[in-house]
Design a protein around this ligand. Sequence first.
Ligand code: AVI
Length: 317
Amino acid sequence: MLKTFDAPKADPVDPAFRRDVLAGLAEPIPAIPARWLYDRRGSELFDDITRLSSYYPTRTETALLDAKMPEIAARVGKGGAVVEFGAGSATKIRLLVDAIAATAYVPIDISGDYLRDSAAQLDADLPDLAVYPVEADFTKTVALPAGIEGMPRLGFFPGSTIGNFVPSSATDLLYNFRATLGTGARLLIGMDRVKPVDRLIAAYDDPEGVTAEFNRNLLTRINRELNGDIPVDAFAHEARWNDMLARIEMHLVATRDVSFTVEGERFSFAKGRSIHTENSHKYGPRGGRLLLLAGGWTPIAEWNAPEDDFALILAEA
Ligand code: AVI
């Protein structure tokens, strides 16, 4: 049954978006945090990305969850509440809630519309599961609905979204998950592995151009929400592997000299200058576990996809 939870209503234009965009465009190396890629259109485009043949993480993680679910369920135990950080894929959450016979599911997402749609869909499909959508920023500590009080809690953070945070923010995030979930909680987290650069680049610069559209949608969003006049067609999507920092970077590169305004402020980009829009860090086995430890979680089990392409790690607070 779908439960409503009184989360504070979001301002239609998030002041943090305005702040991040104006400050980010003015940086010597312009950068805008990746979380702003996910308005409604951005979330739809990301869904499309997860179905692309070159984008291996989603299907690899889903197959891993499917294959290892009996073992995962044996370690996690039955019942309780699954708290998902981000309203992600219905397929993955169904595998998990079914296998552990969860009583409640709490998806936390900043994108309210998307959250409500996916929660309503899950609620229709699984009427015995109590679904409590929470519209909130999961990078902060979130107050969980009273309905799950006293239930064992399993945090779920699939998709290698942890990779979208630089390590110092990733550890803050993990600490916040701990504060949100409380002592005794567990966390099941997906991490993408380092792999040959050609596979990584293909995953983030697909021939169909969906990732390019996803990246450029950020400019469309800025134009719409922040009274911008950015010529979107003057920016090209680029995916780069940064070997020193073990991450894929997405950039929007000016293909000609451009000048535009956002909220009345003028910005100029010479041809070739870019806006850095996303990082996607990849972790080796020890690096991944160390990150969890640095964020206050002790790894207790790990499952790896074939060729060590992707990992699921279970940790306890
Ligand atoms: C959501 N996140 C884990 C994706 C990733 O792989 O870093 C976002 C993404 N960006 C481009 N393609 C996918």
